[in-house]
Design a protein around this ligand. Structure first.
Ligand SMILES: N=CN[C@@H](CCC(=O)O)C(=O)O
Ligand SMILES: [Zn+2]
Length: 428
């Protein structure tokens, strides 16, 4: 079998960013160690990386083995496929009408308290057919792929009743099966208290725990469970109840924590051993310390703080310096972050969170892979891992966040197949 043909050889890579070398989530200085190889090549067989490194070495390793297809990277930049570890991919409708409210200074939680915000998307998602949700989410997933994402996490949470939560999760599952991008599902029945349970949040929490969680598990529709722990949404105690039940049902845990108010969500993430905690703009030093001790990954969402016109951002610099592993994500959703572009997030990660281009790339490759429990197969270009990589129309890493607002992706290889070429989907 050693001589079975190489399916694809990507060669003449000017700067190859491998992210190789470490099994745990990257922290501190390691976040800047991106494993650059100049004059690189990647040999791919059966959808996996067969050899990677300097072109001369790779060619020596595959000497005598036939190569079916060669792809000339023309001296440009190659990175692992980008990973978006926090999205609300599947939903009905859009919320551009909230822009004028935002411009008048109406706060995000105020819009929600008035029955808008998440709840208006809940109405649109409940009335949408499964097919319409599929087509809309597919369009967004196409965009994500065109901007370099090869794996995406997707949360439910706009159904807020069993039938519609399952509908959202089925759409995510079908996309995972049919679309080149891998979709990892999270159940988020506790995204808001639905209108019909207004003032009865304890009853709704009971419903999530006793009806929704077991059924989602029984149908195998989600790997993780997430909760929006925030004033006026779910309290720390309610979040603890839901996440503890999720843990007992075998879900991995995530939490939208300390986004707007310092509630103690970060501490809860540490206490329960969540795989990740999201947002964290208002997280205290004690909260971050609890996360560091428990190895919880901080998923920072700079497009959200930008879009909500917040003057402060997640303290990613402090997190990195104190040893909390940081990942970055679009938080793609119709309210607080209507963008599919991880490249925009690169720019905001640098300019608003103070991260370097190297740290930003680590945060949306290997650390993002850890945040969704996939670091054994994706997130770096190493022998045996899935052959997911991106060729950019750029010659160095810093160029990506520097030249913002445009798409630098030229080619995407997913599981060894060219799925984007010349910035267009191939349809494979
Ligand atoms: N903060 C809560 N949930 C989403 C926003 C959802 C919405 O506004 O529709 C977020 O992560 O930003
Ligand atoms: Zn979110």
């Amino acid at each position: 079998m050693e001589n079975k043909a190489i399916d694809l050889l990507v060669h003449h890579i000017g700067v190859l960013v491998t992210m190789r070398g470490k099994d745990e989530p990257r922290t501190g200085r390691d976040m800047a160690e991106v494993g650059v190889v100049e004059h690189g090549a990647v040999a791919i067989r059966d959808g996996k990386i067969f050899a990677v490194g300097q072109e001369e070495e790779v060619r020596a390793q595959i000497a005598g083995i036939a190569v079916k297809q060669e792809l000339d990277a023309q001296g440009r930049l190659v990175t692992p496929g980008l990973i978006d570890p926090h999205t609300h991919l599947v939903h009905g409708g859009s919320r551009e009408h909230e822009l004028s409210l935002k411009l008048k200074g109406v706060p995000y939680l105020e819009i929600l308290a008035q029955g808008g915000g998440i709840l208006s998307t809940v109405r649109a998602t409940r009335t949408a057919s499964e097919e319409a949700l599929y087509e809309k989410a597919k369009k967004s997933l196409d965009q994500m792929l065109l901007y370099g994402a090869t794996t995406v996490e997707a949360k439910s949470g706009y159904g807020l009743r069993l039938v519609d939560e399952l509908k959202q999760l089925r759409v995510a599952k079908r996309l995972d099966e049919n679309h080149p991008v891998d979709v990892v599902s999270t159940f988020m029945g506790a995204h808001a208290v639905p209108e019909e349970y207004k003032g009865r949040s304890t009853e709704y929490v009971d419903l999530v725990i006793h009806e929704m969680l077991p059924e989602v598990k029984r149908q195998g529709l989600a790997e993780f469970c997430d909760v929006f722990c925030e004033h006026g949404v779910f309290s720390v105690e309610e979040s603890r109840r839901i996440l503890s039940a999720a843990k007992a049902n075998g879900f991995g845990l995530k939490i939208h924590a300390d986004e707007i108010e310092p509630m103690g969500g970060a501490q809860l993430a540490g206490e329960l051993g969540c795989i990740s905690a999201e947002h964290l703009l208002a997280a205290t030093d004690e909260g971050l310390e609890a996360m560091r001790e428990a190895g919880v990954i901080a998923v920072c969402l700079p497009a959200t703080s930008f879009n909500l016109r917040l003057t402060s951002h997640a303290r990613a610099r402090a997190m990195i310096d104190m040893g909390v592993p940081v990942a970055l994500s679009t938080d793609y959703n119709p309210g607080s972050s209507p963008t599919e572009s991880l490249q925009l997030v690169m720019t905001l990660g640098c300019l608003n969170l103070g991260m370097t281009p190297q740290e930003v790339l680590t945060a949306m490759t290997i650390n993002a892979a850890h945040a969704i429990g996939r670091a054994d197969t994706i997130g770096s270009l190493e022998v045996g891992k899935q052959a997911d990589l991106v060729i950019y129309d750029a010659h160095n890493l810093a160029y990506l966040p520097y030249h913002f607002g445009v798409n630098h992706v030229d080619t995407v290889v997913k599981n060894g197949k060219v799925v984007v070429t010349g910035g267009q989907l191939t349809g494979d």
